[in-house]
Design a protein around this ligand. Sequence first.
Ligand SMILES: [Zn+2]
Length: 345
Amino acid sequence: MQLPREVIVGKGTLSRIPEVVKRLDLKGKALVMSDPLCYKIAGKPVSDFLEQSGLSVEFLQVKTMTITDVLAVEEQIKALQPQVLFGVGGGTVIDSAKVSSGKLKIPFISVPTTVSHDGIASPLASIKGSDKPFSVLSQAPLAIIADTQVISEGPWRFVVSGCGDIISKYTAVKDWQLAHMENGEYYGGYAASLALMSAKLVTENAELIVYRQDEGLRVLLEALISCGVAMSIAGSSRPCSGSEHLFSHALDIISAKHAMHGEQCGVGTILTAYLQKSNWQRIKITLKQIGAPTTAAELGIENADVVRALEMAAKIRPERYTILHKLNLNAEACKKTAKATGIIN
Ligand SMILES: [Zn+2]
């Protein structure tokens, strides 16, 4: 089990990098990975604070996260030989830093500039163009330094997406319980409780988040980090990813103009909760309250794509048993589900 040793969340936390460097006894060369925009808003201050702490700093630019990119980044890291890697940015940058540091056995520190999904603190990463269209196990960050000031300056849509990803834990945990009961799969109550607590916290604090209060953003960040920890404890994405995630992965494959991960997972949660005979209406109301999409039109996709994605979802990961595997819905049943929940008309 790998868990972060330092988690620092709040306004202006980037300035606390020198004390983190001291506590973790970081020495030698640090490599800061970022994209051009995130470098300006956070990568540069991170580099400056690292230099102030006596480390030498190199910078590596990351833009996309394909298999070719991962290999190229690895080669560059091998040449630079850093002692620690800082991933400063959104999902792509963090995942890139996570995967390459994990492979080269270098500690990795996560400095998220967005809150669009729970990958900022998890040991899992997704690589585009690989044979697995879902996240795979890599390494957990040694530390997470999240500055709410930096994050609040980003697009609001990222916050909405992060909320959708958190709310999806309601159905993910239910799918995990189902796999445990019907297939005897390992089930960790502690990891499941952490994921559920995160979903509950975001639901209860939806109003704070909507009014863009710093406290609301903190709740969301802590929920995303708790989910990352839940996955570290479980050793897989099980507590945080069920049918609703498979639905989102299927949409990514089907539609080139797909929406954001958390937005799609939110809609997937409504569909899954309906199939699990849970209170899907409550999930829909919470998503609406946050301003997240709850229909195909709001996701910007065709009605037919929703039906196709729901039908395809279980086939993406046959080994991950969920309510979709149990029910094995045909196209007609998928359409009925999407209509009954108002996702399509
Ligand atoms: Zn997710």
